[in-house]
Every structure is written in structure tokens, then in C-alpha cells.
Design a protein around this ligand. Structure first.
Ligand code: DQA
Length: 158
């Protein structure tokens, strides 16, 4: 069974208590739980990883790049948190493991928020972007990954 990685960056361990008006009351462990269940339904093994450290996120992307080469991985759903807006290293890491697809996912609609959240270093390297659907965005991103990178795209069905 191929793997999907649900990768979360800084402060996302605080989901559930952190600015609930912005991010809701669902905890990271709830998110990881429903992503794993969804993976079972759609036929993928889901691994979840969160870190507040940029280097740990880079290492995980590199490791998954190797697994992708070995045909063990479909891709990654990645919420880089605030590193979205600052990290050229994350952009380079995603480019460095191409063609492994990485879907960028944000719980909030970053474009309705402060101007500093409007720019993403990750977007130009991302295979797709899901923004503003709350924590459902992780599931939407998983489905998008499957639809875009397997034989189930709408184009092929219609
Ligand atoms: C976020 C949006 C980022 O701007 C913020 O720094 C986060 C969470 C989101 O999921 O909406 O930590 O990525």
C-alpha cells in the first residue's frame, strides 16, 4: 500500500486551543486520526508528522523523496504554518525531490488575513493548493492528490 504523508509545521501542534476563531477547535491528533481513517477508506497508508523545527521538516521531505523514488509514496499534504511565508529552504526541498507531488494546505484563508500571509514561498513548488476549508482541507488535499496523480481524475471519468 502506498503512503501519503500529512506534514505539519510550526504551531500546528497547538490546534484546538490556538486562535480557535481562526483555526477551530479540532486538535492535531483529531486531524491526524481522521486523515488516517480517510487513508484506509481510499487505500493509502497515512503517516503523520509535525515539527516546530524547519530542519526536521526538510529532513522529512528528503526522506519521503527517497521513498517516492522507490515507488512507495503517492505524495505529501503539507501545512507549513508560518514557514510558508518565510522559507526558501522549504521551496528548495520540494523542488529538490521533484517530481514527488506536495499539496500545500492552509486551514484558514490566508488571503483574507494580514498582508504578510499573502505570499507563499511554497506555492510555486506545490502540485496544488487548498486554502480556507478549515481542517476539512486536509481531506480535500488528500483526495486532490489521489485524483491528480492516479487514474481517477474527472477528465478520465467523463
Ligand atoms: C496556516 C496559515 C499560516 O499563515 C499560519 O502561520 C499558520 C497556519 C493555516 O493553516 O491557515 O500557522 O498555515
Amino acid at each position: 500500500m502506498k503512503k501519503i504523508l500529512i506534514l505539519n509545521g510550526p504551531n500546528l501542534n497547538l490546534l484546538g486551543t490556538r486562535e480557535p476563531a481562526q483555526y477551530g477547535y479540532t486538535t492535531l491528533s483529531d486531524v491526524e486520526g481522521f486523515c488516517k481513517l480517510h487513508g484506509e477508506k481510499i487505500g493509502y497508508e497515512v503517516e503523520c508528522f509535525q515539527s516546530n523545527w524547519e530542519g526536521a521538516l526538510l529532513d522529512k521531505i528528503h526522506a519521503y523523496g527517497q521513498l517516492y523514488k522507490a515507488d512507495e509514496v503517492l505524495g505529501v499534504v503539507f501545512n507549513p504554518g508560518a514557514l510558508t511565508h518565510t522559507s526558501i529552504a522549504l521551496y528548495d526541498a520540494i523542488k529538490g525531490v521533484e517530481p514527488m507531488p506536495v499539496i500545500e494546505c492552509h486551514i484558514s484563508n490566508v488571503h483574507t488575513r494580514e498582508a504578510f500571509r499573502h505570499h507563499s514561498w511554497v506555492s510555486p513548488a506545490a502540485a496544488g493548493i487548498v486554502v480556507g476549508f478549515g481542517v476539512d482541507g486536509y481531506l480535500i488535499a488528500m483526495d486532490g492528490l489521489v485524483r491528480k496523480f492516479t487514474q481517477t481524475s474527472a477528465r478520465q471519468q467523463h
